[in-house]
Ligand binder design. Structure first.
Ligand code: MF3
Ligand code: CO
Length: 250
């Protein structure tokens, strides 16, 4: 069942999402060569707690950290570590969820570390644009897979592949609610979208093959071919006008 949120629930989700956006903005400003991913987690936690929120990922299905930091060929669910130092030219996906008064906001951004190559910059641009292609389809009367199809077509027409092993999702009181939102598939399938639904749309885009391997830590998902991957995510409210991005940053 897809939960339609009340006005009051949306307010709480908007506040949670605002904290997500603030934390990601601070993280964007500190990502640089020689910073560790553990340092990013410490900073995120500080911002989240100082605004009255709690990290939504910590302990979720046993996940051991407050954010996910996935570097280069890592796709999602990289665990922050004192041992992982960022280097000039790397990219790092930072995925962050916040609980505020019982409601969750969830977003991710892939950031360049120092100067990156033009080729890598293009991967980031196309992935972010793919997210917006998907968001544009989050309107009442469309079906879930209209989002999926828009993302897949945009990504593949630009020469990249979309990851199949992970999907976007409804979000609210729980991090993962119905519906699942794949980033691939034919249009016109799945549940009809309605005003008041809150969706986390999150394309993961690979330079090479879409295939994934999971590392021995049981969490980190990497590209099977070792090529780069990027990930962008927003929490979005379906309204009768245009989709409202709750996690929007400046
Ligand atoms: N944004 C990711 C998701 O929605 C983050 C979940 S990480 C987990 O799936 F550790 F909490 F599982
Ligand atoms: Co998510």
């Amino acid at each position: 069942m897809i939960i339609i949120k009340s006005r009051d629930e949306i307010k709480k989700m908007a506040k949670a999402s605002e904290i997500v956006a603030e934390a990601l903005t601070v993280i964007r400003s500190v990502v640089a060569p020689d910073v560790t991913t553990k340092e990013l987690e410490r900073i995120a936690e500080e911002v989240i707690r100082s605004r009255g929120g709690r990290p939504a990922f910590k302990g979720y299905r046993g996940y051991p950290a407050s954010i996910c930091t996935s570097v280069n060929s890592e796709i999602v669910h990289g665990i922050p570590s004192d041992e992982v130092l960022l280097h000039e030219g790397d990219i790092v996906s930072v995925d962050l969820g916040v609980i505020y008064k019982g409601y969750i906001g969830d977003a991710a951004v892939t950031l360049p570390v120092g100067r990156i190559s033009e080729e890598t910059g293009r991967l980031l641009d196309i992935t972010e644009q793919a997210l917006y292609e998907g968001i544009g389809k989050a309107v009442p009367g469309n079906r879930v897979s209209d989002i999926s199809n828009a993302i897949q077509r945009f990504v593949e027409s630009n020469g990249y592949s979309v990851v199949r092993a992970f999907v976007g999702h409804g979000v609210g009181r729980s991090l993962h609610e119905e519906p699942q939102i794949p980033n691939f598939g034919p249009p016109g399938k799945g549940p009809v979208l309605k005003e008041g639904m809150t969706l986390a749309i999150e394309p993961m885009v690979n330079e090479g093959s879409y295939r994934v391997t999971i590392l021995a830590d049981g969490w980190t998902a990497k590209t099977a071919d070792g090529k780069l991957s990027a990930h962008f995510e927003h929490t979005v409210l379906v309204t009768k006008d245009k989709p409202r991005i709750l996690t929007k940053w400046a």
